[in-house]
Structure formats: structure tokens, C-alpha cells
Design a protein around this ligand. Structure first.
Ligand SMILES: *Cc1c(COP(=O)(O)O)cnc(C)c1O
Length: 377
């Protein structure tokens, strides 16, 4: 399944990939190689199929990590005199606001505590109050906590008020349902190295065709201009600059495996089983969830750090890593937490084995109080 020396990555990405996906990177393709051009065409079509968006949207791939695609979406879709509403309940929402600041685009935030989902009513009210708002930028799964934000409700509120919705679906795309015919969005971004289980290295945007056609000249950047990337790829089937050929070949293989598994419903079901096995096992050990279960996406789970005075994240991390599993630190400012991902080429047996490794580590470190310091709900 994976090389024996490789640890299992239970993180928000890079993730554990299958052997077949890794083997797809054993060929060198020239950027004008017909095999590469055909793969590129197929990848773009398969990405649209994940969101049932072939009739309405176009897929524009882009070099770089996921944030490059987020910045490209904001810079290309939001005109220089645009105004973006950013409902914010975590670090990735804040990053969107920060990017807008760097780009010199006007932004208004609605701030929520990190344990609360965005509310569509608040978005609706803000849009009615401020006619200048042209777009809403929503993070679907806020990966800093694992919070699932209500995409369909927000999309409905935005569409009903004639504004454009920009979605960061980085950690949900492929795992959770995103049905373009029912959930209207102008643009959505995700990346190769998350729930599609490819290697990291390229992002992509699904953009409503009629909207993208009107975005010429918006972008503040040459390399992050999705309109230019799209028109030039349509013209000559080429990427504008050196394409990440190995990453694309591996993503192509990963998408074939995604389809063979049963597409998004099957991928989402496997991640839900992973998440249930993880939460059940960790709860049995005595760990406490940070989020209410009904707000938790089956992507990455935030647990309170144990309140035991002997707990140190770095030592805990190192010892679990020695047993073959890579965890992730928490990303919250107020509360001490740790995160465990349930995505990637792993199944519930992997999650059970990871829980066992965590349990052994807890005992080895002499940690007896697993509940957080301040007895929480
Ligand atoms: C992973 C992720 C990103 C992109 O992060 P990179 O480190 O640039 O790949 C953006 N938004 C969300 C919600 C993510 O989970």
C-alpha cells in the first residue's frame, strides 16, 4: 500500500497516497507530449464531474499549493472595485481576508468563535445592509478546526441576493457533496493533494464560464491570472508556464481510483468510517472533542490537549511518529488542541491502529488526565 519506511500521514495534507498514484510519477512527460495533453484534458473534465459542473463551469488548473489557487480566485474574480464579505470562523477564513488586504480589495468580515459554524442568516442580513458587497468568500470545511460550514444555505442566501459566491473547498472537494446544479457558486478552489489523494503541487478552480469570460484584466498578478491561464489553455491546450507534469500524471491516476472507488459518495463514506473509528477510539482513551459532533466534518478532528501536566505536544508527536503515524498540532489561538486527519489513502483499520499507537504513547508518557485542563463540556 505504501512504502514500508513511510509513516501514515494523518494531517490536512500532504496525505498518504496509494502506490499506484506514486507510480504514475515514474514517467517524464514533455509539456507538449500528446499523452500529457490528453491527461490534462481528462483531469479537467474529471474535476468538473466531481461537482456535476460540466455544463456550467470550466476547470482551470494552476501551479502551486492550495493558497495559490485561493489567491488566484480572489484576484481574478473580484474586480478592483469589488467588495467581499468574509464570514470567518478560523485560520483559513482569516487567510482569505488577509489575501484580500494584500490585493487591495475591500473586505468585510463577520467574525465567529472558532467552535461556531457560519450562519446563512448573518450573510443574508449583511448583503441586504451593504449593497456594495459584490462577493461572499466561504471556507467549506474550516480545516483549522474541522468545522463544516453550511455551504448550501450560504449559496442560497448569496444567489437570492444576486451576488457571487467564492468557495475555498480545499479540504472538502471530493469528500463532501458539492452539487453545482443545486448549490450555485461562481468559483470554487481545491488542490491535488487533499481529498482527491494526489500529491501536493497544483491547485485548480472551477469557475462559472460566463463569469470567467468577464474577468479579463481583473488580476493583479500575471501568474495567478485564472482568466489568462484558461484562455491560453483553451487556445493551445498548453499550460502557460512549466506544468507540474508528474503531479498532473499522479492526479490523473488518483482521479481514476477515485472514480473506481465510487466517486464522492464512496470517498465520503470511507472518510466518515475513518472519522467514526478515530473519534470512538480517542474518546475511549479519554480525549475530548473540541467541536460539537454535529459541526464536525469527517476530514480532520480537533481534540483538546490532555490536561495532564506531563503532556508535551512535541514529545507526544515524536513518540507517535516513531510508531509510524504523523499527527498535527492544533491551530487555535485560545485553546490547546491537537488534530488528527481522517483523509488520504487510509481506512478504518489504519485509524484503529493509530488510536492504539496513541494509547500506547499516552501510557508510556504516564499521562493519566486526558480531559482538558479546564474541565470542558
Ligand atoms: C489546505 C488548505 C488550503 C491551502 O493550503 P496550502 O498549504 O496552500 O496547500 C486552503 N484552505 C483550506 C481550507 C485548506 O484546508
Amino acid at each position: 500500500m505504501t512504502a514500508p519506511q513511510d509513516p501514515i500521514l494523518l494531517t490536512p495534507g500532504p496525505l498518504t497516497t496509494s502506490r499506484r498514484t506514486k507510480e504514475a510519477m515514474l514517467s517524464d512527460y514533455g509539456s507538449r507530449d500528446m499523452r500529457f495533453i490528453e491527461m490534462n484534458r481528462r483531469v479537467r473534465a474529471m474535476l468538473l464531474d466531481v461537482a456535476h459542473a460540466r455544463d456550467t463551469h470550466v476547470a482551470v488548473p494552476l501551479q502551486g499549493s492550495g493558497t495559490f489557487a485561493v489567491e488566484a480566485m480572489l484576484g481574478t474574480l473580484v474586480p478592483r472595485d469589488g467588495h467581499v464579505l468574509v464570514p470567518a470562523n478560523g485560520a483559513y477564513c482569516q487567510r482569505i481576508a488577509r489575501i484580500l488586504g494584500v490585493l487591495g480589495r475591500r473586505a468585510t468580515r463577520i467574525d465567529y468563535p472558532e467552535e461556531q459554524p457560519v450562519r446563512a442568516e448573518d450573510v443574508a442580513r449583511a448583503l441586504e445592509r451593504e449593497p456594495s458587497i459584490s462577493h461572499v468568500a466561504l471556507v467549506h470545511c474550516e480545516t483549522s478546526t474541522g468545522m463544516l460550514n453550511p455551504l448550501a444555505e450560504v449559496a442560497g442566501a448569496v444567489a437570492a441576493r444576486g451576488r457571487g459566491l467564492l468557495v475555498d473547498a480545499m479540504s472538502s472537494f471530493g469528500a463532501l457533496e458539492i452539487d453545482a446544479p443545486r448549490v450555485p457558486f461562481d468559483a470554487l478552489v481545491a488542490a491535488s493533494g487533499k481529498c482527491l489523494e494526489g500529491p501536493p503541487g497544483m491547485g485548480f478552480a472551477l469557475v462559472r464560464r460566463g463569469v470567467l469570460e468577464r474577468c479579463a484584466g481583473n488580476a493583479h498578478s500575471l501568474v495567478l491570472d485564472l482568466h489568462d491561464q484558461w484562455t491560453s489553455m483553451e487556445k493551445n491546450a498548453q499550460w502557460r508556464f512549466t506544468p507540474p507534469t508528474h503531479v498532473l500524471a499522479a492526479l490523473h491516476a488518483a482521479l481514476e481510483q477515485f472514480a473506481a472507488e465510487g466517486g464522492q459518495p464512496a470517498r465520503g463514506a470511507r472518510y466518515r468510517r475513518n472519522c467514526e473509528a478515530l473519534v470512538a477510539g480517542m474518546t475511549r482513551l479519554g480525549f475530548r472533542l473540541f467541536l460539537e459532533p454535529r459541526h464536525q466534518a469527517p476530514i480532520i478532528v480537533t481534540f483538546h490537549a490532555p490536561g495532564d501536566p506531563g503532556y508535551r505536544f512535541q514529545e507526544f508527536y515524536d513518540r507517535v511518529r516513531e510508531r509510524g503515524y504523523v499527527l498535527y498540532p492544533g491551530k487555535l489561538t485560545q485553546v490547546d488542541t491537537l488534530r488528527v486527519g481522517c483523509i488520504g489513502h487510509v481506512d478504518e483499520r489504519t485509524m484503529q491502529a493509530a488510536v492504539q499507537a496513541i494509547g500506547e504513547t499516552v501510557r508510556e508518557m504516564g499521562i493519566t488526565r486526558l480531559a482538558p485542563e479546564k474541565a470542558a463540556a
